[in-house]
Design a protein around this ligand. Structure first.
Ligand code: HEM
Length: 268
């Protein structure tokens, strides 16, 4: 019988060559297949976006000698912020900024009736203190290591804005349970703001939403607490981290390289 020519099978239907690193001649294990699918999905996205260059730029950097645990305080602050954001989303599903008793009732409902409500509220409440403590420790680290000096002054300034925004989160969040303690503490806080020079009275009027503490104050605090300030913090953290990636971190002061003797200006 005459030999018939082979059927012209399109290459994509032919058996695939084994991927690098796998045994030739044996079928790929489900794990290898899964890993390959993951790789091709990432490659697919990267071919269309070229994101890998940016990711490599941000993540693979030289780190100065002597980097220690104190350098993790910034990332720890960021994790505390993410904890606040995630738990805050769940609290917002049940919270009502209603000064006529609804706010207090909704917080009581979260604490006593919602599944894991007390846990999530506790994570948010304690997490806020953790974030404030961490932000101060991180600021102390950057101060004592001289990381605020050239060329990182702008990152210090962005840090100061982050500190103010973090304190604003604590201040506006404290009113939300709308119990006796949060109500009177916030009145004191707004009055203290009012004693600031020049802008003080305008600031306290803005915070109250008028000359009197009213229902508007609560919805205003809620909006500042869950929309305005978290958005600003996220944007500022983005700028902060961009500068950290661009400039690198400072070496510990006790390990700074000594300048070459011939490069030191001669004292006359
Ligand atoms: C929400 C608050 C903040 C977050 C999430 C944050 C995050 C970070 C991270 C992840 C780093 C790099 C790792 C490290 O050095 O720890 C960093 C570096 C830095 N941060 Fe912050 N930070 C915050 C607030 C502040 C504050 C309040 C200041 C000072 C006023 C500040 C000043 C700096 C400086 C100067 C650096 C560069 C450190 C170096 O080059 O060694 N940051 N920050």
């Amino acid at each position: 019988m005459p030999k018939l020519p082979a059927v012209p099978i399109p290459p994509r239907f032919l058996p695939q060559p084994p991927p690098p690193g796998t045994q030739r001649g044996r079928p790929r294990t489900p794990l290898e297949k899964g890993a390959e699918a993951g790789k091709s999905a990432v490659d697919w996205i990267d071919e269309r976006t070229s994101l890998s260059g940016g990711v490599r730029w941000a993540l693979f950097r030289k780190v100065p000698k002597g980097t220690n645990w104190f350098y993790t305080l910034g990332s720890a602050t960021m994790i505390a912020f993410l904890n606040q954001a995630v738990t805050g989303v769940f609290l917002a599903m049940y919270y009502r900024p209603d000064a006529g008793g609804g706010a207090y009732e909704s917080v009581r409902y979260i604490t006593n009736d919602v599944f894991l409500g007390q846990f999530v509220r506790g994570m948010h409440k304690w997490g806020s203190s953790v974030m404030v403590i961490l932000v101060f420790l991180h600021m102390g680290r950057t101060f004592f290591f001289g990381a605020y000096k050239y060329p990182r002054e702008l990152n210090w300034v962005i840090g100061v804005v982050l500190l103010i925004l973090t304190m604003t989160m604590s201040f506006t969040g404290y009113l939300l349970p709308f119990d006796q303690r949060s109500y009177w503490a916030t009145i004191v806080g707004v009055n203290i703001n009012g004693t600031g020079p020049l802008l003080g009275p305008y600031l306290s009027d803005f915070l109250r939403g008028g000359p009197e503490f009213s229902a508007t104050t609560l919805s205003r605090f809620y909006s500042i607490h869950m929309l305005l300030v978290p958005g600003a913090i996220a944007a500022m953290i983005g700028a902060h981290l961009y500068l950290v990636a661009k400039l690198g971190t400072t070496a510990p002061p006790w390990l700074r390289a000594k300048p070459e003797p011939e490069l030191v200006e001669e004292q006359l």
